[in-house]
Design a protein around this ligand. Sequence first.
Ligand SMILES: NC(=O)c1ccc[n+]([C@@H]2O[C@H](COP(=O)([O-])OP(=O)(O)OC[C@H]3O[C@@H](n4cnc5c(N)ncnc54)[C@H](OP(=O)(O)O)[C@@H]3O)[C@@H](O)[C@H]2O)c1
Length: 291
Amino acid sequence: MILVTGATGQFGSKTIDHLLKKGVKPSEISALVRNVANADHLKSRGIKVKVGDYTDYDSLVKAFQGVEKLLLISSNDREAVENRTAQHINIIKAAKEANIKYVVYTSFVRKTNFENSSIAAFQNSHAQTEAYLIDSDIEYTILQNGIYLEMIPIFAGEKVAETGAILFPAGDGKASYVLREELAEAAAHVLTTEGHGKQIYSLTNSTSVSFGDVATAIGNQLRKDVKYQSLEVGVFESKMKQFGVPDLYIGMFTMWATAQAEGTMDVVNDTLEEFLGRKPTTMPQFIAQVY
Ligand SMILES: NC(=O)c1ccc[n+]([C@@H]2O[C@H](COP(=O)([O-])OP(=O)(O)OC[C@H]3O[C@@H](n4cnc5c(N)ncnc54)[C@H](OP(=O)(O)O)[C@@H]3O)[C@@H](O)[C@H]2O)c1
């Protein structure tokens, strides 16, 4: 039995789709959800829905009974990044108590100097979870997933087609954006094939791109001039405030833009291509689908 956590989320749902496509029987898949009302689409496909919350240890131990392999999808808790670490540790402890033999964890792509990056807090949470999992004596695979291509339209702004302008303080920094769907396919591949024990995989695209490249791709697709402007961070923040963007989002945009400017997500690796058996979707191909 394979159990997928975060099964009502986007990565979890897509992983389940790919497990089914790869021939895993619905009766061999369990889905951990915290709100059963969102799980009708899973139940109707014959998948066993188990209720559990990352913060509720007993619910996890109960949900994990009879499970052999667990896909631990990292938490999206926005209150405090440290909450995520505590939740992940809860899951790994519960997995051990329930005698789960193998845990696959969705981490984030990382470079050696991550402690000095603007996303150090996120990275620390992943690094601490990885260390806890490695020390747990459960067989593991760590998927250091690249940043989702799906973040690009959010960073570029919903009005880019109208205004022809992208304001984002990412400088000339590059990142290896990758399609979430393909990362989910890779997770399903790892769960259904052998030889991944004790492996840490960087799953990224085969090229990194800058926001200048993104502007060119959107411009080519829309057949109009799209300009990218990397404003100084303070100027960017006050412009976003003028546009009425909530502070939480301004902080998030600035953090990810700065991380890109620092090159902290500029990691290129062919492992994803190997797992998919084809080239990953490129940024211009993604832009052509979205715009
Ligand atoms: N690589 C990237 O660029 C990138 C970007 C964004 C996020 N991420 C990370 O990757 C993860 C998966 O991405 P995604 O797109 O699938 O995110 P998502 O759609 O927000 O899904 C997150 C899932 O985690 C579940 N979850 C969160 N806290 C929980 C808790 N306390 N107990 C039980 N379930 C809980 C959510 O449950 P509900 O459905 O009930 O809300 C949801 O199903 C995210 O959670 C985040 O850690 C990566």
